[in-house]
Write a protein that binds this ligand. Sequence first.
Ligand SMILES: [Zn+2]
Length: 270
Amino acid sequence: MQNTIKCYMCDRNAISYEHVPPKNLFPEQKDVEEDYRKDLITVPSCEIHNSSKSDDDEFLMVSIAGIFGNNSIGYLHKFTKVNRAIKRTSNRLLDKAFKKRNHYYLERDNKFLEIIWGTPDHKRLINCFEHIAYGLHCHHLKKRFKGEVKILLGYLHNEDESNHAFVQFLKDRAAIDLKDLPIYGANQDIFYYQFTAPDEHGIYMVHMRFYGGIDIYASFLPEDKPKPFNLAIELMKVCDETIFTLGDKEYRVINANKSEKLLRNLPEDS
Ligand SMILES: [Zn+2]
């Protein structure tokens, strides 16, 4: 590789290419009939950002393949490759993916399903999706992103019920912005993405969908743009209850601090 090509995450020279999202999220042909590894996306990567990745890739695969809300391919992937990986490492992977037993909620068709088998390692999940967001930015917009990235895990809800309303509000809001935008990805049953145009603050977003049911949103605030004053967030800091409206729907968000934490991508227990 020419040494003039830069890493998708930093200013170092790239030494190799890596897949975004990780290749292991896409089922192998020996496990499924169809080829779900067509034209996978790769980005140039430096030594540091490449070598730290394989552990995280496996963590991500165990965390999101085969959970409630996935399409049948996601399930199949879970029962083949993911389970092989779990067996191979004698459940260490599961321990890593789920830090402690707790109650979390997954959303499917506007119903909340309680997960009883543990709490995902929230911080690490955010980190994994942040890398994917940087990778897609580099691939799609042909330049490395410099600035602040925020991740919203649209499929994960914690015990605080007010978060459900807040996440739902953000998702419904995003759905309006994304409705008519083109969808990219050669294996859309496994993964696709959409980019919005910058808004009046210069902020734009990528929506990532995995296995037909897992939605992740990453917003990009470029470093040369001033941080916008967000009235909704400021209100939530001081009010016990904030009501957002979107069309004829109303969203009641109680307990501002926790929702604010969610927006800043902080896990509850940190
Ligand atoms: Zn790098």
